[in-house]
Unconditional design. Structure first.
Length: 478
């Protein structure tokens, strides 16, 4: 059962990576006796396992013999293509796929196998791809020591997938499988990938593009972009991914998708149009957004995320006056919502700092419709309770700047208005909005007292005026 699973896994793996026709006619075991490729078919070996040396017990790669192990020799061959009439066997229980030539892709012209010391020149009107290789020299380099040795993993990756144009010569120092395509190969195969060796790195890029319009590919990068004129675009960071038009993933492990977007920071992501993710692990989504802060995110159109851990959403947000992109601080902006009109008219609707400080450009409205409420009762007099609360000046313990604030203590309010105090994770919070009706009723209560006092004062003033009048008359009679 495990072996069947392994074979199915290998078939699925090769279906994702190979350009061969995928009408598999048979799955073979290459362990002796020798197998001969029949007419009308091609054979492809699957990855080989290891075997134990009977002399010293060491573990070494398994080998495959071609043409009875005489003219072709025995090699550690994986993914090799053999055409009809070739004989093959294996030193271990290895697998192979048998393909029907009738299922070839339309642009595939032929297959070619080169054996040891055999040379071949790509014919006219033909493009060829080195599909699998043991070792080879390009353009018949006479010095064998400079040839790429495909049994060395790094060099094998540099050669497999290489596209050869007509007139190019290749010499085998082992076994090489070549797929030949008609001259319109690149036009018909837009989207086909090939390994690209550049400045010591090996990545994957579309075979149909002009490499001169791209930056040097990053190591193990995947470049699925179309570049028009930017010589630095593409997947240039190690383990980066770039998709779309004129996108650039220059940060290691970065991803850029869409149009003219750049993921520069390590682990950064830029998705959409004209986005720029410069900060470490920063992210942009949408159009014309900028994320420079570490672990920051900018979403929408024209938003800017500059502080460490900041989230900026909306449209055309204003930049921060003193951004802090690399270090966390409670004074950093946690959330910013932009509401600007365009790049020349930026503004913010809401700003929330990590210490909880919130700035709102508009009004704060809360649902208060009587139709939503039940058990409505007047608060009555609140002045006496309100007088038990004392306003305080203080600093927050976690605020290194020790900025002075003015407010109330939740414990004081809880004594007289417990309905306005809540607790979460051991921290008490105050519903300051709920103090508004308390203040209103206290003001009304104070107003009644003031009116009563005014009435008394008015009455006293009337009596005083009457006394003055009487005294004046008495004085006039004398």
């Amino acid at each position: 059962m495990k072996r069947i699973f392994l074979i199915l896994f290998c078939i699925n793996l090769f279906a994702q990576q190979t350009k061969l026709p995928m009408n598999v006619s048979e799955v073979l075991s290459l362990e002796n006796p020798t197998y001969t490729v029949p007419a009308g078919y091609i054979l492809q070996t699957l990855p080989l396992g290891t075997e134990v040396d009977p002399l010293d017990g060491s573990t070494q790669p398994g080998t495959v013999g071609v043409n009875d192990g005489v003219s072709g020799g025995w090699w550690s061959l994986e993914k090799i293509i053999l055409t009809e009439g070739h004989k093959i066997s294996s030193s271990i229980s290895a697998g192979a796929l048998l393909y029907d030539l009738g299922s070839l892709k339309a642009n595939v012209k032929a297959f070619k196998v080169l054996w040891y010391d055999e040379s071949y020149t790509i014919p006219e009107n033909t493009a060829a791809e080195i599909y699998s290789v043991y070792s080879a020299g390009i353009n018949e380099n006479p010095d064998e020591s400079t040839f790429r040795k495909a049994n060395e993993t790094e060099d094998k990756a540099l050669i497999e997938g290489m596209i050869l144009s007509e007139g190019t010569s290749i010499k085998s120092w082992g076994v090489i499988s070549i797929i030949e395509y008609y001259e319109n190969y690149s036009n018909n195969e837009i989207g086909v990938l090939s390994f690209v060796p550049e400045v010591g790195n090996v990545g994957v890029r579309l075979t149909s593009v002009n490499a001169n319009l791209y930056g040097d590919i990053g190591n193990n990068a995947i470049d699925l972009t179309f570049s028009n004129n930017d010589v630095s675009s593409g997947a240039t960071g190690d383990f980066s991914v770039a998709l779309g038009e004129n996108t650039t993933a220059s940060g290691n492990h970065s991803t850029a998708v869409g149009y003219n977007s750049n993921a520069t920071g390590t682990y950064s992501v830029a998705i959409g149009a004209t986005n720029n993710s410069y900060g470490y692990a920063s992210t942009t989504f949408g159009d014309s957004n900028l994320a420079t802060g570490r672990a920051s995110t900018a979403i929408g159109a024209g938003t800017i995320a500059e502080d460490y851990g900041m989230l900026s959403i909306g449209v055309w947000s204003s930049p921060l006056s003193q951004p802090n992109p690399d270090q966390f601080s409670y004074n950093n902006t946690a959330l910013l919502i932009g509401n600007g009109l365009n790049a020349d008219n930026r503004s913010n609707a809401l700003q929330v700092l990590f210490d909880g400080t919130t700035t709102i450009a508009g009004d704060l409205n809360v649902n208060s419709d009587a139709r939503l409420k039940a058990n409505i009762v007047s608060l009555g007099g609140t002045l006496a309770k309100l007088l038990q609360i004392d306003g305080k000046s203080y600093t927050m313990k976690k605020d290194e700047s020790e900025k002075h604030k003015i407010g109330l203590l939740a414990q004081d309010i809880e004594k007289v208005f417990p309905e306005l105090v809540s607790e979460s994770n051991g921290i008490k919070s105050v519903n300051y909005q709920g103090l508004v009706p308390v203040l209103i009723n206290a003001l009304k209560e104070q107003d009644v007292l003031m009116k009563e006092q005014q009435s008394v004062l008015t009455e006293q003033q009337s009596e005083l005026d009457e006394l003055k009048s009487m005294m004046k008359k008495i004085i006039e009679r004398q």
